[in-house]
Design a protein around this ligand. Structure first.
Ligand code: VG1
Ligand code: CO
Length: 539
């Protein structure tokens, strides 16, 4: 029954910040997806008889790769596969499913915030038994395996019906097709006060960006919380996301932004990304940066039942603003600074060292799963709004008055020729020692280094995680290259300026960051290296 198919390695299957992401056409090469899936299975030591969760964000190729992966799982000796109906599982729902069902891990088929469709992106990510993204040790082992693979295993079986709940056999292995929303929605009901949210009679707009959160948001927001029909926009997951770029930022979710800035805006606006792990938060007439959202959620989390006992710690990725650190300090709990990517939070969450984590890229989450979770952040905000009875704008102003304000923006230069981006980073690294003490208008460089992280739970070290230039007074600029793109290189420039309590707390972000933008240009020579005089995306 088990068939061995011989193959040869591809040399470009190194997972990035969040799994393997490539153009669909790359995945359509013979054996390409199979090689990667088999490499994953080859490094999962105790797969015999174990349960594997499979689901994806519904993008082009999702169903095809799921059918292939199910047959391969059967051939590789897994005991059971659980798959979301329609091939759908948001990333946080997959994380919860792995934990709830005691699975050994899961395949999450998504390229997250990257566009989908025949000419766009696809991706495969492996999550481990704690429900979180495979840590670097595991992704390195998978990559090593992709470079020597010479066969993959499958069984001869028909495609299963992905659209009907229930159990079918594939070879000797049962496959269970389950409701992708039910368990996740039930988990949310344990964390948040749905009655209080319902009673607050708030109005909201949620943009699912034709991606995976549509069914989740419709069930939770409209059916269980009673928000008006139509609250969820673009609620049907489409293989090409309706041609949109499912990245919830001010550029790609500009319609939501316009709704929220209109005179008759609802109380609360939010959007999520391709696979449902990101969130964009916009209150009526008030955009909240993801870094601020993390800080405000942490400061108010005790108002929701799931966090009434307080937080153990707060973790943020290095490029995320230090706003959350000030909250941790006020709460008397530890603050952790990790490299970019959710895989670095898993150990802190498992060890009970952190309860809430976040990234500047619109990712926030907690120890309820081991992934960032877009709808979780939306529900925590709603719970806070319901309890405080104040607007997002009022809560933000109150927060800044107490903690000061970290003005923040990220400038992305996309599709830069890789050698040029590498040259920029190399020159920057070479100049680090000469930067301390240098003046750029009103800014003086205090320290300049390349971020390295030592995991406090297992001592593993991750180097080369971004160049950071810290100025006197708490302002800084961070440079790093994206690890999720599929075309050329994306340079990310993270800009932050701290304005203390009693300072200028109500100014325009662009104005407040202008001198740091100028310093970033002088320090890194962005124009000269990339040939660009402005970023493609400002968030
Ligand atoms: C980006 C973000 C990072 C996030 C990652 C995955 O990575 O910066 O914060 O964890 O995407 O998010 P990079 O290497 O491109 O900067 V998701 O929602 O695309 O899984
Ligand atoms: Co995502």
């Amino acid at each position: 029954m088990i068939r061995t198919v011989s193959t040869t390695p591809y040399t470009d299957q190194k997972p990035g910040t969040s799994g393997l992401r490539k153009k669909v056409k790359v995945f359509q090469q013979p054996n390409y997806a199979e090689n990667f899936v088999q490499s994953v299975f080859d490094v999962v030591a105790e797969k015999a008889g174990a349960t594997l969760v499979i689901g994806g964000d519904g993008r082009f190729l999702n169903r095809e790769v799921i059918q292939v992966a199910i047959r391969m799982a059967a051939a590789n000796g897994f005991g059971r596969v659980i798959v979301g109906r329609g091939g759908i599982l948001s990333t946080p729902a997959a994380s919860h499913m792995i934990r709830k069902r005691g699975a050994i891990g899961g395949l999450v088929l998504s390229a997250s915030h990257n566009p989908g469709g025949p000419d766009e992106d696809f991706g495969i990510k492996y999550n481990i038994a704690n429900g979180g993204p495979a840590p670097e040790g595991v992704t390195d082992a998978i990559n090593a395996r992709t470079l020597e693979i010479d066969r993959w295993l499958t069984v001869d079986a028909d495609d299963i019906d992905l659209d009907t709940d229930g159990e079918v056999m594939v070879g000797a292995m049962p496959v269970e097709v389950v409701d992708p929303v039910e368990d996740y929605a039930a988990l949310m009901e344990t964390l948040f006060d749905f009655d209080a949210i319902r009673a607050a009679k708030l109005t909201m707009a949620f943009d699912a960006m034709s991606a995976v959160t549509g069914p989740y948001a419709t069930e939770i927001l409209e059916r269980r919380l009673g928000f008006a029909p139509g609250t969820v926009r673009n609620g049907e997951p489409l293989p090409d996301f309706g041609g949109h770029h499912p990245d919830p930022n001010l550029v790609h979710a500009h319609e939501l932004y316009e709704t929220m800035m209109a005179p008759d805006a609802p109380n609360f606006g939010a959007a999520s990304d391709g696979d449902g792990d990101r969130n964009l938060i916009i209150g009526k007439h008030r955009f909240v940066t993801p870094s601020d959202s993390l800080a405000m959620l942490a400061a108010n989390a005790h108002l929701a039942p799931g966090y009434a006992g307080g937080l153990k710690g707060i973790a943020r990725s290095m490029p995320t603003s230090a706003a959350a650190d000030r909250v941790a300090e006020a709460l008397g709990i530890p603050a952790y600074e990790t490299p970019t990517g959710w895989k670095f939070f898993g150990n802190l969450l498992d060890a009970g060292m952190a309860t809430i984590c976040g990234e500047e890229s619109a990712g926030t989450g907690s120890d309820h799963v081991r992934e960032k979770d877009g709808l979780w952040a939306v529900l925590l905000w709603l719970n806070i709004l319901a309890v405080r009875g104040e607007s997002v704008d009022a809560i933000a102003r109150d927060h800044w008055a107490k903690f000061g304000r970290n003005y923040y923006a990220r400038h992305d230069y996309e599709g830069v020729e890789t050698p040029r981006a590498d040259a920029l980073m190399a020159a920057l690294r070479a100049s680090l020692a000469t930067l301390p003490g240098q003046q750029y208008n009103d800014l003086t460089v205090e320290t300049a280094d390349e971020f390295a992280y030592t995991d406090p739970t297992d001592g593993s070290i991750s180097r080369n995680q971004g160049v950071r230039i810290l100025f006197a007074g708490g302002s800084r600029v961070v440079f790093r290259l994206s690890g999720t793109g599929t075309t050329g290189a994306t340079l990310r420039v993270y800009l932050e300026r701290y304005e203390p309590v009693g300072g200028d707390l109500d100014r325009d972000t662009g104005e407040m960051l202008a001198s740091i933008v100028a310093a970033a240009e002088s320090i890194a020579g962005i124009g000269q290296h990339t040939g660009r005089n402005a970023p493609d995306v400002v968030t």
